[in-house]
Design a protein around this ligand. Structure first.
Ligand code: FE2
Length: 263
């Protein structure tokens, strides 16, 4: 597996506190079948000291330590950038924070209730030439209420990265249902661990997706093939299963009926 979203750098956010914790987390990634992770530490107002200046050396330090300890995990630079933080970053910062030096930025979907404020940020980022992977939209109340906005962003060329635990109920039944409905409608392009620690938010992608009953070929597409294409700058491969086109009778209609949204 290639994990596009996890918190593994020590002492920079709500991930591991120490280098020893980070190494233990790296070993758990390997045990879970992950060969490559992108270190997507938070870049947000809560962690406003984070940026290329501290995160890139932290990646180098962790890589050196893992090499010393023979932990076979490739660690690439990146960031999970809060939507509210984007305006404070110039193009140089953004370029340095892309997923593994690719064309793609991982943008955190806020937990705010309305998606209306997302459009100016996302549209401007795209207009500036950045490609966007939306992190955990299944946990974003705004997309529960207005799934048609997520569908529109995907139509605009954005990709999504859902959290593996969401498919097995780690964030509650509603998030699990939404994750499955987004998947059924072709709105899910990749799945990551968003691991923070060994217990509460542990590493692992494949076992969650298989436990959730996903097709093994689809599991590999979500956890390996699409992430590899994102990092490699390749064309996103076709999914091994056919998804229906997003439609009013599908996720949009079902979610709208549940949330009582009249639109
Ligand atoms: Fe995260």
């Amino acid at each position: 597996m290639i994990d596009l979203h996890c918190h593994i750098l020590p002492g920079v956010d709500d991930g591991p506190a120490t280098m020893e914790d980070a190494v233990a987390l790296a070993r758990a990634h390997v045990e879970a079948g992950t060969s490559t992770v992108v270190a997507t530490s938070h870049v947000s107002w809560d962690y406003q000291d984070n940026g290329p200046a501290n995160l890139l050396p932290a990646v180098e330090a962790l890589r050196a330590r893992l090499a010393e300890e023979d932990v076979p995990l490739e660690v690439l630079p990146g960031a999970e950038i809060a939507m509210t933080r984007v305006d404070a970053l110039d193009n140089g910062d953004l370029a340095a924070l892309k997923l593994g030096g690719s064309a793609w930025l991982l943008i955190e979907c806020p937990f705010s209730p309305s998606a209306a404020a997302f459009a100016p940020v996302l549209d401007v980022l795209q207009a500036r030439g950045h490609r966007i992977v939306l992190a955990h939209p299944e946990r974003c109340p705004a997309f529960h209420r207005e799934p048609e906005r997520l569908s529109a962003y995907v139509s605009q060329g954005m990709l999504t990265s859902l959290t593996a635990g969401a498919f097995v109920g780690s964030f509650g039944r509603e998030v699990e249902k939404v994750a499955r409905e987004f998947l059924a409608e072709g709105l899910v392009h990749s799945v990551a661990s968003d691991a923070h620690d060994l217990r509460r938010r542990p590493p692992g992608i494949r076992e969650h997706l298989l436990a959730a009953g996903l097709d093994p070929a689809l599991t590999e597409w979500l956890g390996r093939d699409v992430p590899a294409a994102i990092l490699g700058g390749d064309r996103i491969p076709m999914a091994p299963v056919t998804f229906p086109k997003p439609s009013r009778g599908g996720v949009l209609g079902r979610l709208r009926a549940r949330t009582g949204s009249g639109r």
